[in-house]
Design a protein around this ligand. Structure first.
Ligand SMILES: NC(=O)c1ccc[n+]([C@@H]2O[C@H](COP(=O)([O-])OP(=O)(O)OC[C@H]3O[C@@H](n4cnc5c(N)ncnc54)[C@H](OP(=O)(O)O)[C@@H]3O)[C@@H](O)[C@H]2O)c1
Length: 273
């Protein structure tokens, strides 16, 4: 497994399993299977309502706890300091873990002063409830603000990133701050399956369009967390470490991107740079 590193010492496995919309037994089974197939990074969140099942899958896999990188995210309604600590403890109780590897603020929430939320996030880290802390959906301006306000180092910004979306500015800022980037919706919610450029490049390597897409992310030192509900795709999405894209192939994929390539308007998004 390859790792994406951050200045705070975090080593984030370059491929993880996204679990949004995976629920119940199916979720537990996918997590278990993913770990048995070599995944060492699982991404969940309070709002996905599957932390319990993620924990079940983790235990069923038989993989040792310290070998797996588990991320969860605090929902925006729990950003007041007491709520953040209480809800983190609830997440750990559901996961049946004493700590997670990474705890993220899921989205910016202008209703609660960022300094207070980051103070609580730092405190939770100091209590040992999470080995690393970070943010998600933070713009360049918000990353700068967060780094200036936070007592503890921030390990990452988890953002939407795939070939249709140019995230150059966020990547640059994270590199400047020593933070890792974790790409969500990394296969553009399945849309890349029909992308001609990726399929053509894939043919030359004996790989699928999705594998080329994930390889393109990992070659930028970005960690990607594709979600699938299909056991057979679990292997497809992690078998990307036995080939390399040339500079020219990387450039061809970069040409698919634009600043307006976001897939979903989540309604509560910040003003992107
Ligand atoms: N921080 C945030 O605000 C945030 C927001 C969104 C997502 N996330 C995280 O990021 C994870 C991934 O993002 P996402 O779920 O939005 O999108 P995604 O992983 O880009 O796409 C998932 C979709 O792509 C399909 N797919 C997966 N692998 C494929 C492959 N090899 N070939 C063809 N289709 C494939 C899946 O269908 P099948 O199930 O049929 O395989 C599913 O419909 C989430 O699960 C969640 O953990 C975080």
């Amino acid at each position: 497994m390859h790792f994406v590193k951050a200045n705070d010492g975090a080593r984030i496995p370059a491929i993880g399993l996204g679990t949004w919309e995976l629920r119940g037994r199916a979720c537990a089974r996918l997590v278990e299977q993913a770990l048995k197939l070599g995944y060492r990074h699982i991404d969940t969140a309070q709002v996905y309502e599957n932390e319990r099942e993620v924990g079940e899958g983790l235990r069923a896999s038989g993989i040792k706890r310290h070998e797996v990188f588990v991320t969860t995210k605090v929902w925006t309604t729990h950003f007041a300091p007491n709520d953040l600590e209480r809800s983190t403890k609830e997440s750990l109780a559901k996961l049946r873990l004493s700590e997670v590897d990474l705890l993220l603020l899921h989205w910016p929430n202008p209703q609660v002063p960022l300094a207070e939320t980051l103070g609580a996030l730092s405190h939770v880290r100091q209590l040992g409830l999470s080995r690393h802390i970070g943010v998600s959906n933070f713009t360049v301006a918000l990353i700068k603000e967060a780094v200036a306000l936070c007592k503890e180092p921030l390990a990452c910004d988890q953002v939407e990133y795939h070939p249709y979306l140019d995230q150059g500015k966020v990547l640059e800022e994270c590199a400047r701050q020593g933070m890792a980037v974790v790409a969500y919706s990394p296969v553009a919610k399945g849309r890349i399956k029909n992308e001609q450029t990726l399929a053509r490049i894939g043919q030359a390597h004996g790989k699928t369009a999705a594998q080329v897409c994930l390889r393109w992310l990992v070659q930028q030192n970005v960690s990607a967390i594709p979600r699938t509900s299909k056991i057979e795709r679990l292997s497809e999405n992690i078998e990307i470490f036995d080939f390399e894209l040339s500079d020219d192939e990387m450039k061809q994929i970069f040409r698919l991107g634009s600043a307006r390539g976001r897939l979903t308007d989540y309604g509560f998004a910040p003003k992107w740079d």
